[in-house]
Design a protein around this ligand. Structure first.
Ligand SMILES: *Cc1c(COP(=O)(O)O)cnc(C)c1O
Length: 273
């Protein structure tokens, strides 16, 4: 699949050379078996340090920019769910691989309201709910399709303006409105930590999300689940597991280094909602 067009105003830079060596080869079925096992072992070790049961952490492999042939090899290696950041790319892949009937697609990136219909059609899960207008549109489209969708509410825990998601102090009021949308099965919260080498700063984002989840659990309306904490990616999933992640979204440690920098996937919010 072609890479999406560059976001206007975001200079393309070449990937850091470190990424090519930090992340594994990911072509053959054996490569994927190896990479999945390595990530699972690291999750298990992090669970060991935190006194957690590794069965309480779901590994969501993230396949953005990865082509169909390699995704099929990952499937052959045991992948049964995939996260994608951009809805068009996700939908095209879901259609191309509709023969893999037990493969579940999760949309994990910012969604424009006018693309809710596509998500309502093919996605099993949406992890970036951040506004009521989008909740209403998803619910309307899901009802038309006769489907339901697992959703997580995205929280901006880093305070970075470039990150989507609700401010932490807006989440409780937002969640109180969600029972109105009967096709949305709310499961918990999602965040992207600060992109930082400073692990204390990254960890603080995860601690904040867990604290918020724990408080919301007490007061969430009936029918609103607050068990899931989707946090942690290739660079920081072990910290996230130590701090309570129940879902980690891991791309490059399974699928190899991506050619484009992260700024390409997390633009500074200039799209219209
Ligand atoms: C790409 C992406 C990930 C995975 O990032 P990696 O560095 O490839 O592990 C996780 N979450 C979101 C929202 C993403 O877009």
């Amino acid at each position: 699949m072609d890479n999406p067009d560059p976001i206007p105003g975001h200079a393309m830079t070449t990937p850091q050379p470190a990424d090519a060596t930090r992340y594994p080869r990911a072509e053959s079925v054996d490569d994927f078996r190896h990479n999945l096992a390595a990530v699972r072992a690291r999750i298990a070790a992090a669970c060991g340090r935190a006194g957690r049961d590794a069965a309480g952490v779901r590994l969501l492999p993230v396949s953005k920019t990865v082509d169909e042939a390699r995704i099929r090899n990952a499937y052959a290696a045991g992948c049964r769910e995939l996260g994608e950041n951009k809805v068009q790319e996700a939908q095209a892949k879901a259609e191309a691989m509709a023969d893999l009937a037990d493969l579940r697609w999760a949309v994990i990136g910012h969604l424009q309201t006018n693309k809710a219909r596509a998500v309502a059609r093919f996605a099993a899960e949406f992890q970036a709910l951040d506004r009521l207008r989008l909740a209403a549109e998803l619910d309307r489209r899901l009802q038309a399709e006769g489907r339901a969708l697992d959703v997580l509410v995205q929280v901006n825990t880093s305070g970075e303006a470039s990150k989507y998601g609700l401010a932490p102090d807006q989440v409780a009021a937002f969640v109180r409105e969600l029972p109105a949308f009967q096709s949305l099965r709310v499961r918990g919260l999602m965040t992207l930590a600060a992109l930082s080498e400073d692990s204390a700063r990254v960890r603080a984002c995860f601690v904040l999300l867990r604290g918020l989840r724990d408080r919301l659990r007490e007061e969430a309306p009936d029918g609103i689940g607050m068990d899931e904490l989707s946090m942690g990616m290739s660079g920081d999933f072990e910290l996230a597991v130590e701090e309570g992640a129940t879902i980690v979204r891991v791309g490059q440690a399974i699928f190899g280094a991506r050619a484009l920098p992260d700024s390409h996937y997390w633009p500074s919010g200039r799209e219209p909602a």
